[in-house]
Write a protein that binds this ligand. Structure first.
Ligand SMILES: O=c1ccn([C@@H]2O[C@H](COP(=O)(O)OP(=O)(O)O[C@H]3O[C@@H](CO)[C@H](O)[C@H]3O)[C@@H](O)[C@H]2O)c(=O)[nH]1
Ligand SMILES: [Mn+2]
Length: 361
């Protein structure tokens, strides 16, 4: 009698962690169960550590609250934000896997135009495992996708592409708008499904959103610091933006690619635009000076590792952005603390044992 076909092992099952920052609950995981259950979750519980976050049965996870972060990092915990989704980067640091996928707890499974449920994780993995083309733009989008290729005139010397460091997904329903845009367009919903994945060209920055994001942690992990945001800080909701600008400058310098486009998730909650305005208003005018800083940032050729690039960037932040606001002096120091903590938890060669004192299942 024919044996029932064994279910294929999910791609990168033991090489990828799913990092979820939460201040709410994890009910959304039920909808993702078919896609996420085989993977290990790293839950970063923000806010009150005495609150019990229920993780749905059947998931393999580690859960870290603020007490855990303080216990594990000691004084270096000062670089991990409190009461802001920026706390998620602690999950990147404690992971021992090659890849990370991070998703917000108000993001659900979206459907493509045919009505098929989108396995966002699978698409991110496809994006990360195929090369990027940052040095020359392919007008037929992702040339490595089935049914596409490099178009006429695309240099053959560049068709091998480069390693992909980051895969930036998008959102149906509630778009990731800033507070002013949310205020003037409260009812706007993104209904446009664009079936494309693009490499962001070298030398071009972009607004990286952290709600549906995957990256090669072994390549670019140390650059994925989400900054000092939230409690006690003059700014919020620029965590992912800061990380995206630092990351892109470093990827451009080291010759790695960043992709944006598919997959889509369904973003369900519109956060409060008035609260968001209070969090992000300084960022809205600071960024007019931050963007030229990153656009003109030059990393010396001696910066051959992400850590060296990141420490060089922190020096330039201190030297050039301190005049914008003293906050950037503090942020520059926190960037150094982040790298110190990263290297402490990820000694070269890595150590696959789990960290002490985390809640694991
Ligand atoms: O203090 C907090 C607030 C939230 N979280 C968790 O972080 C994510 C995102 O939270 P939320 O969905 O409320 O916020 P959005 O405005 O939709 O998020 C987008 O804006 C960026 C804010 O920086 C964020 O990266 C984008 O995704 C949820 O999982 C909350 O539970 C938190 O941990 N601490
Ligand atoms: Mn949200």
């Amino acid at each position: 009698m024919a044996q029932p076909s064994a279910k294929p092992t999910p791609l990168l099952k033991d090489e990828l962690d799913i990092v979820i920052p939460t201040i709410r609950n994890l009910d959304f995981l039920e909808m993702w169960r078919p896609f996420f259950e085989p993977y290990h979750l790293i839950i970063v519980q923000d806010g009150d550590p005495s609150k019990i976050i229920k993780v749905p049965d059947g998931f393999d996870y580690e859960l870290y609250n603020r007490n855990d972060i303080n216990r594990i990092l000691g004084p270096k915990a000062s670089c991990i934000s409190f009461k802001d989704s920026a706390c998620r980067c602690f999950g990147y640091m404690v992971s021992k896997k090659k890849y990370i996928f991070t998703i917000d707890d108000d993001c659900f499974v979206a459907k493509d135009p045919s009505g098929k449920e989108i396995n966002a994780l699978e698409q991110h993995i496809t994006n990360l495992l195929s090369p990027s083309t940052p040095f020359f733009f392919n007008t037929l989008y992702d040339p490595y996708r089935d049914g596409a290729d490099f178009v006429r005139g695309y240099p053959f010397s560049l068709r091998e592409g480069v390693p992909t460091a980051v895969s930036h997904g998008l959102w149906l329903n509630i778009p990731d708008y800033d507070a002013p845009t949310q205020l003037v367009k409260p009812l706007e919903r993104n209904t446009r499904y664009v079936d494309a994945v693009l490499t962001i060209p070298k030398g071009t920055l972009f607004p990286m959103c952290g709600m549906n994001l995957a990256f090669d942690r072994e390549l670019i992990g140390p650059a994925m610091y989400f900054g000092l945001m939230g409690d006690g800080q003059p700014i919020g909701r620029y965590d992912d933006m800061w990380a995206g600008w630092c990351m892109k400058v470093i990827c451009d310098h080291l010759g790695w690619g960043v992709k944006t486009g598919l997959p889509y998730i369904w973003h369900s909650k519109a956060s409060n635009p008035f609260v968001n305005l209070k969090k992000e208003y300084k960022g809205i005018y600071w960024q007019e000076e931050l963007i030229p800083f990153f656009q003109s940032a030059i990393l010396p050729k001696e910066c051959t590792t992400v850590q060296k690039c990141y420490l060089e960037l922190s020096k330039q932040v201190k030297a050039k952005l301190g005049k914008v606001d003293p906050y950037f002096l503090k942020l520059a120091d926190a960037m150094v603390t982040w790298i110190e903590a990263w290297d402490e938890l990820n000694p070269s060669g890595g150590d696959s044992t789990k960290l002490p004192n985390s809640t694991t299942k």
